[in-house]
Design a protein around this ligand. Structure first.
Ligand SMILES: [Mn+2]
Length: 293
């Protein structure tokens, strides 16, 4: 009898321990900015932020930020990065799957559509784009990534690079051929090994979903930023700033002070205490707009 009772008590305790705690009360503030920089004629980067106005969709899929850096002649890069931002931000909300799977499938589908568009039009032949996407949903972060745009997390004053560049120099760094510092100025630093649109299928890197914490800052950026602004500078600008839009402006201004040789895009998400987020709700994109692409 006693033994049995103890066993059932212990089972009850285990069940309680396995219960998922209710999500912490916090709000999400998000901002995306892009700038053509000081040298380029056009901006081939694209950035997008979506926070659905529909409370059910917001609860189900959360807030999404996408950064894409396009490449290809005659402004085809601009087309590719805009397609990536448009397609991923629509399909993510339309795909009936849990957030991580929906995000990965959306990026894979964007690849197929950009590749098809490139094949159909001589002027767009060979166009491609990076794509880094972060969805914050149900207290968790989900990310998908292709190319050398980056995702960073600032937590408790420490900056972590969560994405791994799909670039030639990163492979050389991993093999110990060059240092991370040498990679910054290497002649092949613009060679990326994976992009959306350049092949019929692409391998999308995903980050295992993890719980966000109040005070976290997430930064998505194109290489126009991380080429010119050091990680310790990114960390201090993100830590010092309570206004994430102003932080984005400071990051872009710093890259431009240093020559701004490339287009610069920054997306910042802040996990704020409840009642303090500043961003306005934005309507989720409609299906009709997808068909218009
Ligand atoms: Mn770039």
């Amino acid at each position: 009898m006693f033994g049995k009772k103890r066993a059932s008590d212990s089972a009850a305790r285990e069940t309680r321990q396995l219960e998922v705690p209710p999500p912490a009360a916090f709000e999400i503030d998000a901002s995306v900015q892009t700038d053509k920089g000081c040298v380029r004629e056009i901006n081939e980067d694209s950035g997008r932020m979506v926070r659905p106005a529909d409370p059910r969709l917001l609860a189900e899929k959360g807030t999404l930020v996408v950064v894409a850096d396009g490449m290809g002649g005659h402004s085809a890069g601009e087309v590719a990065s805009q397609m990536a931002a448009d397609i991923v931000s629509r399909l993510y909300y339309e795909t009936r799957a849990e957030p991580g799977a929906a995000l990965k499938r959306s990026v894979e589908e964007a690849n197929r559509r950009i590749h098809e568009a490139a094949a159909e039009d001589e002027a767009k032949h060979g166009m491609g784009t990076t794509c880094t996407a972060l969805a914050l949903c149900q207290g968790r972060a989900h990310a998908a990534h292709v190319g050398d745009s980056r995702l960073y997390m600032l937590r408790a004053g420490q900056l972590y690079q969560l994405s791994e560049d799909h670039s030639a120099v990163n492979e050389m760094v991993k093999l110990g051929i060059i240092t991370k510092e040498q990679a910054r100025t290497h002649e092949d630093k613009n060679v990326i090994l994976r992009a959306l649109g350049t092949t019929p299928e692409v391998e999308v890197s995903v980050i295992e979903p993890f719980p966000v914490r109040e005070g976290d800052r997430y930064l998505l950026c194109s290489d126009g930023l991380h080429d010119l602004v050091l990680e310790n500078e990114i960390a201090s600008i993100l830590s010092e700033s309570t206004d994430i839009h102003a932080a984005g402006e400071r990051l872009i201004a710093l890259a431009k002070e240093r020559g701004g040789h490339d287009n610069i895009t920054v997306g910042i998400i802040a996990i704020m205490p409840e009642g303090t987020a500043a961003a306005e709700a934005q309507d989720a994109p409609t299906t009709r707009e997808v068909e218009a692409i």
